[in-house]
Design a protein around this ligand. Structure first.
Ligand SMILES: [Zn+2]
Length: 598
């Protein structure tokens, strides 16, 4: 929503030099010092259109005002009605957050208090017909009839809230701030035709309160928009222009607007956290899409000595109870409304801490990218992958775990390819992409659901190998078509069925073992497990070996089953003169086709 204001006062401003935007970030300076030097900890919205420049500074500030709410119009009913109380409580919560921290750099205390007194003027505003003079009349009435106190000019902001659906005489505005009768006042709209919106109130109030504190009556600090800013307007206050399009939900559920931070050249919101969450607004030309990217950057708090933990889960927003993305960085969390994030990036600390990313859940259309810097762990699914509604790409993480082991559904299927994991409880069209080709040691471990499942292996690429746990409560089938890196299958004591060959699960119908390049290891299977190996489509003559714990040979792969129980092993040789050397006593039933046995 647009709550640009026309600057009603403020023509005779003194010009002061810009406050220093210097940050203590320098080569070799540990991040711990950067953070200690900051006066605030923020959600940081990157400035898409570039820095604003100082327009002027008349020097006036409201350093720690008392906010006085006056409700205007019959809609509110009374100063103690359910609707006024809900707005009052939300504003109280809002002023309890750190959103005003950004204004400290301009000389305020970074906070405001809420008056316990509430004004209510029942006469309705003239819709689209009131201005700052009418707001002043409403405030004057509320003071003169004793509903709210008359406070010193520099100690208060009187904020007048109109009924939902009401606009002022300022076109396209949903709020403004003003000085009349030596009183600082704002107008705050409360939503459109759909009714009272607490989000609307707190969002507009955050904007107007911060502007009143830093530019009371237009006699404080003001900025020119970046020359490339397409938003336009003439407000020049710290909530205007680009950042007017943005919103941020505080951890307590209150929606506020980020404000221009001259010292950081970004749009910032104090959120009470010790680490920054980096947010990238997405614009299409001159239109903001309402969507953001999110970056969780490790290594912000302790100079790279301790591992960082990053967690994404499906949170419940305290304001509207919808499922949101909850992003947690070393124990500090932010919530993002569903549909607001179109990508999430997790950057492990590049100094080699053993960072851990836990992707427990993520909403749809928010693909996740994890940059591991050749170390650390990615946990995909905390026993269930069912709530991971967007794909996850994992670059150069040392160990990746895909864990659906507490998923009790039966009949699930999963596929491991040389670059991705799909199925295994994951929603349709979601893939876990593991791009780990460039490191000496990476591993992928996949835990299937507890029921009877069917898993397909079409390739493996993690260099330490791929571990598959098909499930612990039901007999599963594992079909292996191709491996590049070693594949280990841990049967969990179940009577599983293993089919190995390019046409698996079809066996003896023309498949080959030519793509079994990584060794296959089968372990921990139940007493009635069966293994079928298919090279029936091979046109070359082969010599193989079969023993109690191994089958293999040139062109036939290397399939191991020591330390496990198999009831039945079936092997199909190819079309041309094959020899199988059987070594020792075989502890399982064997069916050998197309080999002469030696
Ligand atoms: Zn403004």
């Amino acid at each position: 929503m647009n709550f640009r204001r026309t600057n009603l006062n403020g023509t005779n401003q003194k010009r002061n030099p810009a406050r220093s935007g210097r940050r203590l970030q320098g080569a070799g300076t540990p991040p711990v010092e950067i953070l200690e030097s900051r006066t605030m900890f923020n959600a940081v919205f990157s400035s898409v259109f570039g820095p604003e420049t100082l327009k002027g500074d008349g020097g006036q500030r409201l350093t720690h005002p008392e906010v006085v709410l006056v409700f205007w119009g019959k809609f509110w009913g009374s100063a103690t009605s359910a609707s006024t109380t809900s707005v009052y409580n939300a504003v109280k919560k809002e002023l309890g957050t750190d959103f005003l921290d950004v204004t400290k750099q301009y000389g305020t205390s970074g906070s405001a208090t809420l008056s316990p007194s509430i004004g209510y003027i029942s006469a309705n505003p003239t819709n689209h017909g009131f201005d700052g003079g009418d707001i002043d009349n409403v405030v004057s009435q509320a003071i003169s009839n004793g509903q709210v106190p008359s406070l010193p000019t520099n100690g208060a902001i009187y904020e007048v809230i109109t009924p939902p659906g009401y606009g002022s005489s300022v076109a396209n505005a949903s709020g403004f701030n003003d000085e009349k009768s030596n009183t600082f006042e704002t107008w705050v709209s409360s939503g459109g035709k759909t009714g009272l919106s607490i989000d609307n109130v707190t969002l507009v109030l955050s904007h107007e309160t911060a502007e009143s504190m830093t530019d009371p009556g237009g006699n404080g600090i003001e900025f020119n928009p970046s020359p490339s800013d397409p938003v336009g307007g003439s407000g020049n206050q710290i909530g205007d222009y680009e950042g007017n399009a943005y919103s941020f939900r505080e951890p307590d559920g209150i929606l506020v607007q980020p404000l221009w931070s001259a010292k950081d050249n970004s749009w910032d919101v104090g959120d009470g956290n010790k680490q920054n969450f980096y947010i990238s607004p997405v614009w299409k030309g001159s239109k903001f899409t309402g969507i953001y990217g999110l970056l969780l950057q490790g290594g912000q708090v302790d100079g790279g000595y301790n591992p960082n933990t990053y967690t994404l889960s499906n949170g419940i927003d305290s304001a509207n109870r919808s499922a949101d993305v909850k992003a947690t960085l070393n124990g500090e969390s932010e919530y993002f409304d569903q549909g607001k994030l179109n990508n999430i990036t997790i950057n492990f600390d590049s100094r080699g801490t053993l960072d851990v990313a836990n992707i427990d859940g993520v909403t749809a259309s928010s693909p996740v990218l994890i940059n591991g810097n050749n170390s650390g762990v990615a946990n995909i699914g905390d026993g269930s992958t069912q709530t991971i509604f967007s794909s996850v790409t994992i670059n150069n993480v040392q160990a990746t775990f895909v864990n659906d082991s507490k998923d009790s559904r039966s009949g699930l299927s999963g596929t491991i390819s040389k670059s991705s994991v799909t199925g295994f409880g994951l929603p349709n069209s979601v893939a876990i992409n593991y791009n780990q080709y460039f490191r000496d040691g990476t591993s992928l471990s996949v835990y299937g659901g507890a029921g009877a499942n069917t898993d397909l292996i079409t390739g493996t690429s993690a260099t330490y190998g791929v571990n598959l746990y098909p499930g612990t409560n039901g007999a599963s089938t594992v079909n292996v078509k191709a491996t590049t890196a070693p594949l280990s299958i841990y049967g969990g004591g179940q009577n599983d069925t293993f089919n190995i060959g390019s046409l698996a699960p079809r066996i003896g119908t023309g498949g080959t073992l030519s793509n079994i390049d990584g060794a296959v290891m089968i372990e921990e299977t139940g007493l009635s497990s069966t293994l079928s190996i298919d090279d029936s489509g091979d046109t070359k003559s082969r010599t193989g070996v079969l023993s109690a714990d191994n089958f293999g040979g040139a062109g036939l792969g290397n399939i191991n089953f020591w330390g496990t129980e198999l009831d039945d092993v079936t092997v199909y040789g190819g079309k041309k003169g094959n020899v199988l050397k059987v070594s020792g006593t075989l502890p399982f039933k064997d069916s050998i086709y197309n080999f002469s046995i030696k």
